[in-house]
Design a protein. Structure first.
Length: 563
């Protein structure tokens, strides 16, 4: 098994030098491209340091600007050098000068030897998912982008504005369906050869030259045309902050890096001497691919994101802003709990909650088809009716009356994909509400539908889009509800913490052990459902269910989303 590496470098060339040496000394051919923006003196030092090492090739330099086709062209040039010069290469990995191997190269070779014809590239469909965190999505393919976003921001924005007014819409090359994904991939020799030597490549290149950020779309789209087996995921860990910049890895991230399931990580700080020493050591032993959980390395950055969330009332600093309408009165008379997504995983959750001491679960109070009271009665305390027309006429007053007339209990309600968004707006603006949000619970709902058969691609797109709208609303400036966020995979592996949280919030059973927990649905083929959706182009945070870690049960600790 021979693996080739393409390294794109533009700064801190001494770190790119260390990475290239490590890879070449582990029998991996390397093609390294150094951006022309890097000084000539730095490049000469790099060239002199690597000139006597076999398997290292320098790619003709070109100036690479962010968001432009030059990055794709440099990658194509480097790939062709590896494919032509090393006929025994099985896979090519695209990496950067600020990447490091999270696992020894020998471990990556062993992994790929079992998947010789598989391509690992995140390739997300524009039709099914909003892959872009912020900014242009479909328009990056339908408009022209002659100006650099970084250098000529005003001209860039003006060009987009004018094209929108004129109704400009570029034609896609025949047969090409645009996909998006991480720039960092691992492609098989067969697929990469077909992309580089595609007879229509001139037409594809012309189209992507006018596309914004083509390095996140070129290989992701063309691999769909040529791959025979694809796993829509990257073997390189990378995470972006709210402003779209990559999160930086430091020395204190060593342990989660080793526990991660990824084989490469970026972006590593150039001053992280400990990381470079440990991860580029030739004496490394093969480390377990973690606990089978791709989110381990992301946890520190998720916690940092929560701390940075704007709006803590009365707590102001340079990075935090006060929420508007601080004097807004509470809209309900007591605390209550809103459960989003849990009923899909636990079908008997409502009856379980109602059997808890002082438990009082309404079900889907804002369901589009019906109003659910605790015992499915047509009337509730205060002579409230389950008429949808009356509820919809004044959803604000309806919620306030339901909570007020349930005094003496610990009221809770379900709120799921498909429920009235207007009701959800009222809830999120209420500081008496605690929302327990189960991320990507729509996968369980979809899995239940798949078991009944049929083509459900449209349904998956609808459910995913609806949950994205629900989740984004948790971060509105107007949100005053308390939000507890659970990961679906955590709850599947260890439901106790999730159910204990619900029991504490919805009953007077705090401190008492959980007895007769509700039964979880059958998830025997859930892994197949998740893999199928990801390979169809869905971007999922939920991974397949791993085998339990020996002696270390999974945690399902909620994350408080601060407002």
């Amino acid at each position: 098994m021979t693996i080739g590496f393409v390294i794109l470098a533009h700064q801190d060339l001494h770190r790119a030098e260390a990475l290239a040496k490590y890879l070449a000394e582990n029998s991996c051919p390397v093609a390294i491209h150094v951006d022309l923006r890097a000084g000539s003196a730095q490049f000469r030092l790099l060239e002199n340091a690597l000139q006597d090492i076999e398997n290292i090739n320098f790619v003709p330099r070109r100036r690479c600007d962010w968001g432009r086709f030059s990055l794709v062209q440099a990658t194509l040039d480097a790939s062709k050098i590896l494919l032509d010069g090393y006929p025994d290469i099985n896979h090519v990995v695209l990496t950067s000068g600020s990447c490091l191997p999270a696992k020894p190269v020998s471990q990556l070779k062993s992994f790929l030897s079992q998947k010789s014809d598989v391509d690992f590239i995140e390739s997300v469909s524009l039709e099914s998912e909003q892959w872009v965190q912020d900014g242009l999505n479909k328009e990056r393919f339908t408009l022209y982008f002659p100006f650099s976003w970084k250098k000529h921001r005003k001209l860039f924005d003006l060009g987009v504005k004018i094209q929108r007014r004129l109704g400009v819409r570029r034609r896609l090359p025949f047969g090409l369906i645009p996909f998006l994904g991480s720039q960092w991939w691992c492609l098989s020799r067969r697929t990469l050869l077909r992309i580089v030597n595609d007879p229509r490549r001139r037409h594809f290149d012309k189209f992507f030259r006018a596309t914004w950020i083509p390095d996140e779309a070129y290989f992701q789209s063309l691999a769909r045309l040529h791959s025979i087996r694809m796993e829509s995921r990257s073997l390189t860990w990378v995470k972006f902050d709210k402003s779209g910049k990559p999160c930086i890895l430091y020395d204190d991230h060593l342990e989660p890096i080793l526990d991660s399931e990824h084989f490469m990580v970026r972006k590593v700080w150039a001053g992280a001497d400990k990381l470079y020493t440990e991860l580029l050591s030739h004496n490394r032993t093969e480390h377990s691919t973690g606990k089978g959980d791709s989110r381990i390395l992301s946890q520190p950055f998720k916690r940092a994101k929560q701390v940075q969330a704007p709006g803590l009332i009365g707590n102001l600093n340079a990075g935090r802003y006060p929420t508007r309408r601080l004097d807004r009165p509470d809209i309900t008379g007591q605390n209550y709990t809103v459960i989003a997504g849990g009923k899909h995983l636990f079908p008997n959750l409502k009856s379980w909650l109602n059997n808890l001491p002082d438990g009082h679960c309404h079900g889907n109070l804002f369901g589009r088809d019906r109003v659910e009271f605790p015992d499915d009665d047509p009337f509730y305390f205060g002579n409230l009716t389950r008429s949808r027309a009356l509820r919809n006429y004044a959803s604000h007053g309806f919620l306030r009356n339901v909570i007020w007339n349930g005094r003496g209990y610990n009221p809770s309600i379900f709120f799921d994909v498909g429920d009235m968004l207007r009701g959800g707006d009222r809830i999120l603006g209420d500081p008496n509400a605690t929302v327990v949000f189960l991320k990507e619970a729509w996968l369980v709902n979809y899995h239940n539908l798949v078991r009944s058969g049929g083509n459900l691609t449209y349904t998956a797109k609808f459910l995913a889009a609806a949950e994205r709208r629900h989740y984004s609303s948790l971060f509105w400036e107007s949100t005053r509800a308390n939000v507890l966020e659970f990961e679906l995979l955590d709850v599947i592996q260890s439901p106790t913490e999730y159910l204990r949280t619900l029991s504490i919030l919805t009953s007077s059973s705090e401190g008492q052990p959980l007895i007769d927990m509700p039964e979880m649905i059958d998830l025997s083929r859930f892994n197949s459902t998740v893999r199928g959706l990801r390979n169809e182009g869905f971007k999922l945070n939920t991974d397949v269910i791993p085998k339990p870690a020996v002696g270390k049960p999974a945690s399902a600790t909620p994350k408080l989303v601060e407002k």
